[in-house]
Design a protein around this ligand. Sequence first.
Ligand code: ATP
Length: 245
Amino acid sequence: MTLEVHGLGISGLVRDVSFGIARGERVGLIGESGSGKSLTALSIMGLLPEELAASGSVKLDGRELLGAPEKELSRLRGNEMSMVFQEPMTALNPAMRVGAQVAEPMRIHRKGGRDPEALLASVGLPGVARAYPHQLSGGQRQRVVLAIALANDPKLLICDEPTTALDVTVQAQILELILDGVRERESALLFITHDLAVVASVCERVLVMLDGEIVEAGTTRDVLTAPQHEYTKKLLAASDLEASR
Ligand SMILES: Nc1ncnc2c1ncn2[C@@H]1O[C@H](COP(=O)(O)OP(=O)(O)OP(=O)(O)O)[C@@H](O)[C@H]1O
């Protein structure tokens, strides 16, 4: 397993969360607003707000991350594990050309050699290296964020509602890039979304969270076609997915 989460608790807000993601596997995390999806992701990255504490175990390639020194975690972030958030503008430095921002993780982790231009071209953005974030569209910015997240070929990529802030037409392109990116690198993917249609197209397995706990887990097909938990049934009934069947 690339990622193993065991009995994760976060200050009473998340309780006894356990799951694993194998190399190259794509796992969705769904559930209503406030159910604890983002906190779960942040705790894996070692980015919980200071007032919250995590317990249990989070292992990346067998290494325990919970309680690891900040120095070690910052060595892993942007290198062995990366996260893409909903709002690309906040993830980018407004005063820095995007080419330099894409080059930064490689510089910090001393993995030179990859050309930022080529990395930007690989996410469909040739020739923009000298642009500043405000000169790009929201979709283009999220492409830059993705290029940064993938720059060091992470073992684990976490995406938290990566397309929610984007136009529908752009959403599909970004999802395709995420899929291509993790496939090429055999990265494990944890994908947080409200959108069951997105889960169906991106993820092989899905975890359903309710009030800080995982209430259902299984293959995407099983969970979306034969949900067991009442909450999952409700979620499906309320979704477009149900309407289109
Ligand atoms: N710093 C904090 N201190 C106290 N409670 C917090 C803090 N951050 C989040 N919470 C609470 O923890 C719960 C889980 O939040 P979380 O952001 O993980 O939910 P979520 O499932 O990701 O929701 P969304 O889909 O809206 O992002 C919420 O009830 C939230 O109010």
